[in-house]
Design a protein around this ligand. Structure first.
Ligand SMILES: Nc1nc2c(c(=O)[nH]1)N[C@H]1C(S)=C(S)[C@@H](COP(=O)(O)O)O[C@H]1N2
Ligand SMILES: [Mo]
Length: 313
């Protein structure tokens, strides 16, 4: 089991996304017009390709492993606009992907391995390309069998999906996975690459205002402003909120779960009557400020500060 959530990781404020996203509320992004229904007892995963000795695993092989782990990991879609909802945080159960690759004899490129890309394939023909180096660098990349204490829902990849903390879903999170091929970025473009998206895409640092909602009409006085921020692999060290053209004010951060999860924040604002504009920005643990220049999701993730307008009466 994952360690229990640290006290104060979930502020449980009205209008704020819960720290752990219920599976039925988790965003769904895929190209499947009908959700694949896979018989777990007949399912197999094949690992093969450059520098790999071919291996096959059944669902039972994975389920009965002694290295099953549970981890809290935030997953974001590259197409999430600033302030958008294509992001969720769940408690995943899975097998360390690095262990499976090591069983197939895979070495990272830095140790002379001939493959720099893992191409995962799903039962419905999706291909997703992930850097081998990222999977083998010690992060909790996994083949997930469970989500929030239950088997995966069909919509989220039952029986098995991949997850790599810190990478957008289209370069890491293959659902209904059936095959892992070791290859190179030069030799193969995964599904979204010829459609204009980057072949490598780490999740960008972002922050979001969950409450108040854009366009809200509020009573003058104390207003709770709250949201989430994420800087995966590094961690969020500060969140600041600006009202109109005022100074950036530090928000209070909720307790951190792990650097691979989003982090809640809250600020109490004495709101005076009128139209107001609220913006948020995060700073990661390396001191890097979330970029304010606005760019669209394509080709490798949106940037900009989430900004909302509210009316105080
Ligand atoms: N088989 C398959 N896996 C897929 C996709 C897909 O279209 N097909 N979409 C990917 C994208 S773009 C994202 S953001 C995540 C979303 O995972 P979720 O639907 O469980 O939130 O799944 C990834 N895995
Ligand atoms: Mo995505």
């Amino acid at each position: 089991p994952a360690p229990p959530l640290p006290d104060g990781a979930d502020l449980e404020l009205e209008g704020l996304a819960p720290f752990l996203t219920p599976s039925t509320a988790f965003f769904r992004i895929d190209t499947a017009l009908s959700v694949p229904r896979i018989d777990a007892t007949a399912w197999t995963l094949r690992i093969h390709g450059r520098g790999a000795t071919e291996r096959r695993y059944s669902f039972d092989d994975l389920l009965n492993r002694s290295d099953l782990m549970e981890r809290d990991i935030t997953l974001a879609c590259v197409s999430n606009p600033v302030g958008g909802s294509y992001i969720g945080n769940a408690r995943w159960i899975g097998v360390p992907l690095a262990a499976l690759l090591e069983e197939a004899g895979v070495r990272p490129p830095s140790e002379g391995g001939p493959a720099d890309q893992i191409v995962s394939r799903s039962s419905d023909g999706m291909t997703i390309g992930t850097p081998v180096a990222d999977v083998l660098d010690g992060r909790d990349a996994m083949l997930a069998l469970g989500m929030n204490g239950r088997p995966l829902l069909p919509e989220h990849g039952f029986p098995v999906r991949m997850l790599v903390p810190g990478l957008y879903g289209y370069v890491s999170a293959c659902k209904w996975i059936v095959e892992i091929e070791l290859t190179t970025f030069d030799a193969f473009d995964a599904y979204w690459v010829p459609r204009g998206w980057s072949d490598r895409a780490p999740i960008k640092t972002q922050s979001r205002i969950d409450t108040p909602r854009p366009g809200a009409r509020l009573d003058a006085g104390r207003v709770v402003v709250a949201g989430v921020a994420w800087a995966q692999r590094v961690g969020v060290d500060a969140v600041e909120v600006r009202v109109d053209d005022g100074p950036w004010r530090p928000a209070r951060l909720a307790a951190e779960d792990t650097t691979d999860t989003w982090r809640q924040w809250v600020l109490e604002w004495e709101a005076g009557p009128g139209e107001h504009r609220l913006s948020v920005r995060a700073t990661d643990r390396n001191g890097a400020l979330q970029p304010g220049d606005e760019s669209p999701p394509a080709p490798d993730g949106a940037t900009g500060w989430h900004t909302i307008d509210v009316t105080v009466e």
